[in-house]
Design a protein around this ligand. Structure first.
Ligand SMILES: [Zn+2]
Length: 139
């Protein structure tokens, strides 16, 4: 399993500040629900396992403050489905690639060439009929 990157403290604070409503306090960035004392979680906007460039630093744009009950749970379930779909695609892609490679290599087997060559060498290339015709002085 790919290691999930976490937000740095500075980025985390940025996200929390962004979600902070001046009057109502922390608001869910998914649905706008005022969370108050409700549990929330800073979620990765893009499922981390799908990100190709793992060296890129996460910014506040990569995260969303979500209420655990209202938005985070369904989002996580969706991420799992998206990741599973991506893995299926990858497997399918690899499944197409593999037979192509085996066909390619099957076109040049050394043993097959050798097998074709050896009976040729064994065939006695002697003019069998000409001497027989020439020597056909029986009639
Ligand atoms: Zn929400």
């Amino acid at each position: 399993m790919a290691k999930r990157r976490e937000f740095s403290k500075a980025v985390y604070v940025q996200i929390v500040k962004r979600a902070m409503h001046p009057k109502h306090g922390i608001v869910c960035e998914g649905c706008g629900l005022v969370l108050g004392k409700k549990a929330w979680h800073v979620d990765h906007t893009i499922a981390d396992a799908l990100q190709i460039d793992k060296s890129r630093k996460l910014t506040a744009d990569d995260g969303k403050l979500l209420g655990v009950e209202c938005c985070h749970k369904p989002k996580t379930a969706e991420d799992v489905a998206v990741i599973a779909e991506a893995k299926r695609r990858e497997e399918k892609h690899l499944g197409i690639k593999r037979p192509k490679q085996s066909i390619k290599s099957a076109g040049f087997p050394k043993s097959e060439k050798a097998a074709r060559r050896s009976p040729k060498q064994d065939l006695p290339y002697r003019p069998l009929y000409r001497p027989a015709l020439n020597a056909g002085g029986e009639n």
